[in-house]
Design a protein around this ligand. Structure first.
Ligand SMILES: Nc1ncnc2c1ncn2[C@@H]1O[C@H](COP(=O)(O)OP(=O)(O)OP(=O)(O)O)[C@@H](O)[C@H]1O
Ligand SMILES: [Mg+2]
Length: 405
């Protein structure tokens, strides 16, 4: 069918033509916005899930909901090699402007505090001209949020920004993507600041998104984090939502899928949003006419798989060293072995494997594999949800590894 009209959107953070299966998260976020604006206690929100499951897209949708409620919002993506000050001050700069506070002096004061917070980033003893200029058009306020102790500074910063929002009866949402990559000190300071801000009833929340082990990262940092955040597991779509994600955009263009085609799509994609978009895109292009049939899906599958092999799996696999790749393959084999032991279980269904089983596959001592495992954890290719077990962060990664062996 006409490729120009193809509605599907495979790609990191690409807004899907239809955000399927997330109504509950969207609805409860509206309640959170409303409650916070009325000074009711509410927890910050953390979205967790595997790669390609739709965390970034949902985070963006929640941010849009906050914007529609006239909140101030800002977003940052954490990176392992970057500290929090710069990206957070840029995000709060945007959020503060979005609030549209009528009192210019008050706004300038808060902007000055944000600037002071940002500029504290420079190495000790750095010359003034070496300081990073956050592009804030207000003089820095000295003596506020610039002590150099990130925890103290964050509390002061968020207190001032929250105060500004409270003045206009709105709130501020700080969206943090890839939150598991924050520096440990920044995680700890952010938790402490949220704790403090929550107690003073100021309308500031963090909306974070990250890999499935993010809750473990937070609770390792502060034991009270479970009370601070509401965790929402973003999962693959169920059958109805997956059909919706495919059918609605097609119907907008006057096209459709046969019921058998939808069933085949679900079998191939497992309901994972990235795979739905990737398969949808190819199926649309190969189908000669509407409705898209099960035969069209069969023709599309090899092309969709090869595109995923390059863009989704391969790009990640390439980041691993030869030793790490050996470890990844052993994980896939260990999952197969685990599946063989049980009845009616496919290797794809095995969520995690014991690290000891991986060592057994390679016939090595577990300790000797720690460097490879730690490097893979750091690269975000695997995660450990419970002690002694590991899993791929990328869905169907084991299947990919087995098929390229
Ligand atoms: N609810 C949804 N319905 C349909 N498609 C979706 C949905 N959520 C996400 N997608 C699609 O899935 C793909 C991946 O989305 P996104 O980048 O948000 O995932 P992610 O969880 O942030 O992945 P990563 O961990 O790699 O950052 C995109 O192509 C997006 O359009
Ligand atoms: Mg993402």
């Amino acid at each position: 069918m006409d490729p120009i009209k193809n509605p599907y959107a495979p790609g990191a953070g690409q807004r899907p033509p239809e955000l399927a299966g997330r109504d509950e998260q969207l609805r409860s976020f509206d309640v959170v916005l409303e409650r916070i604006a009325r000074s009711r206690p509410e927890r910050s929100i953390i979205l967790t899930g595997l790669r390609g499951v739709g965390k970034t897209v949902l985070l963006n949708a929640l941010r849009s909901a906050a914007v529609r409620a006239h909140w101030g919002t800002g977003k940052l993506e954490a990176r392992p090699d970057q500290r929090l000050r710069r990206p957070l001050s840029a995000a709060l700069h945007v959020a503060t402007r979005e609030l549209g506070h009528p009192q210019g002096d008050d706004v300038d004061h808060v902007l000055g505090v944000i600037k002071a917070f940002a500029q504290r980033d420079s190495a000790p003893g750095a010359k003034l001209r070496d300081r990073w200029n956050p592009g804030i058009d207000a003089p820095a306020i000295t003596g506020r949020a610039d002590s150099g102790d990130i925890e103290i500074d964050l509390v002061e910063l968020l207190t001032d920004v929250g105060g500004l929002a409270a003045d206009v009866g709105k709130g501020v949402a700080i969206c943090i993507d890839e939150m598991q990559d924050l520096h440990p000190e920044d995680v700890s300071a952010l938790c402490a600041a949220c704790h403090e801000i929550g107690q003073s009833g100021l309308p500031v929340i963090v909306v974070g998104a990250g890999l499935p082990h993010l809750p473990a990262v937070l609770s390792a940092s502060k034991s009270y984090s479970e009370r601070l955040f509401r965790y929402s597991r973003i999962d693959r779509l169920d059958r109805a939502a997956a059909d919706h994600a495919l059918q609605l955009p097609a119907r907008e263009e006057g096209a459709d899928f046969t019921p058998e085609a939808l069933e085949a799509m679900y079998a191939a994609t497992g309901g994972y949003p990235y795979f739905i978009q990737a398969y949808g895109k190819v199926a649309w292009d190969v189908a000669p006419r509407s409705p898209i049939t099960v035969e069209d899906v069969a023709v599309a599958a090899p092309e969709a798989e090869s595109e995923l092999a390059v863009g989704f799996f391969g790009s990640r696999y390439e980041r691993a060293t030869p030793g790490e790749r050996e470890y990844l393959r052993a994980m896939a084999d260990a999952a197969t072995a685990e599946a063989d032991k049980a009845e009616d279980v496919q290797p794809d269904d095995v969520d995690s494997v014991p690290t000891a089983a991986v060592a057994a596959v390679l016939d090595r001592k577990p300790q000797s594999l720690s460097p490879a495992r730690d490097a893979l954890l750091k690269k975000g290719l695997i995660y450990s949800g419970e002690r002694g077990r590991i899993a791929f962060t990328v869905p169907h990664f084991g299947r990919y590894l087995r098929s390229t062996a």
